[in-house]
Design a protein around this ligand. Sequence first.
Ligand code: C2E
Ligand code: CA
Ligand code: CA
Ligand code: CA
Length: 277
Amino acid sequence: AKQAGKNAVAYFDPSMQEEVVMRNQVQTQLRTAIDVGDVELHYQPKVNATSRQLVSCEALVRWRDSDGKFVSPQTFIPIAENSGLICALGEHVFEVAVKQALRWNAEGCLVPIAVNVSPIQLRSIDFVETLKRQLDKHNAKPEWFELEITENAIMSNVDHSSAVIDELARMGFRIAIDDFGTGHSSLGYLKSFQVHTLKIDLSFVRDVMVDRFSRSIVRSITSLGHGLGLTVVAEGVETEEQANHLQNLHCDELQGYFFGRPMPETEFNQWRKQSLA
Ligand code: C2E
Ligand code: CA
Ligand code: CA
Ligand code: CA
């Protein structure tokens, strides 16, 4: 009886009801935002660690709410994931990236665009189909894109993930393992499909100057990656000291606020011109 009483209290907890109402509102608003084009992409440069020249970019989703302020993906991605909206959002994100690649290609300044993939998308049966559909619709090439997939997404179902990733790699997509080093992984999965890039999680990059453990982890990931013939990227690089240190630790590419924040198209194009000047 006590147990039931507790549950009843929990069930009628008004703060929980508010939470449900809030989530439903966000879902509806996000659905509308996708339809009217308030969900856009910002692009963050990745540079060669030695030359410091632009080599590619990462697309990061941004939702402009009715006040014109950006809602963080940290807030709305989990809500989209819990409501099934993530697949529609993911296809929209990919289409926006495809159109961006087409514009850059037409201007003769195409760089590969890395697109983030949610674990839910990876699990969905028509994920590969949605990517193919957008490529065909716009006559774009898979080689223009890298798919960033977190280690945890892969580990949650290694057999299925391996099959999907293998198919994507064979189509011509580049594959990056995101947040590398944070998953509870055996590294064995790396041999079951083709990967091109390891992205060292920014938590290790943040502490690389001050903590010898982080430094060791960066060194290990770099040597593992290079042993497997992969490109190793450090993300979250905020200072020149970090950049130089990561270069000395043989990271191939660097990404972070020190080089450039995620920027809308126009600003990214300007950043690019300035970086060449
Ligand atoms: P992530 O894929 O690990 O992306 C890296 C995050 O670090 C981004 O946050 C980026 O803006 C931020 N960042 C970049 N440079 C620095 C730096 O120097 N210092 C610090 N402290 N942070 C830096 P953002 O844009 O808020 O995105 C957060 C997460 O949301 C992403 O983490 C990713 O998991 C998810 N996300 C973003 N866009 C998408 C998307 O289109 N689809 C999906 N499924 N997830 C996305
Ligand atoms: Ca990422
Ligand atoms: Ca990451
Ligand atoms: Ca992350």
